[in-house]
Design a protein around this ligand. Sequence first.
Ligand code: IYR
Length: 229
Amino acid sequence: METTAQYQPLEFESRSPEEQLERSRAFLTQMKQRRTVREFSTRPVPLELVENAIATAATAPSGANQQPWTFVVISDPHLKHQIRMAAEREEKESYESRMSQEWLEALSYLGTDWHKPHLEDAPYLIVVFRQAYGITADPETGAEIHVKHYYSEESVGIAVGLLLASLHLAGLATLTHTPSPMKFLSEILGRPANERPYVLIPVGYPAEDARVPVITKKSLDQVMVRFGD
Ligand code: IYR
């Protein structure tokens, strides 16, 4: 059992109202430029950009601070090839028979299909795993103990948001890809039974001729509901 945490004064940077506004607007302007990219260049990416993004993701709040995530970083061409082949096998099956007509129609405007060359073109793949439960050893017997994790879905979702923001601010493109089912990722990457694949993120520079669909985001009015002044 955890003992009670020691408490210490919060280190909190106070900013002038002007600086607050400036920083908040600058961040919004940057984030508005993020686009999901499906066509990647093979141009190499400095590893530290990926490491810093993962370290940033790992600052995310999590249920009971259990930090229920593992970020697997793949640049090995053979592994990327294996992942592409397995993802395309699943995606082909999905597009051809598993996805409902309704789903296919909802997606059709994006023009996606089962071909996933970006899984080999992008210099890095980050596979995020959610730890459904933790594993520790009984201090006396050494037996494996399973520790219940709280809000692991929400926690990993928040961490992935920070990861995408960091990579975008570092001038990199990403794709939030969820081939379905994703079990093949656990097998290829030899992950333990408590880890569930959450999302597969190719990371790199966009291809020179990368194109993105013309889409809009909902306006503030459409997404924000207010009570009070
Ligand atoms: N996983 C498939 C299909 C797909 C599903 C959703 I929801 C998207 O927003 C985009 C694609 C694929 O990656 O092609």
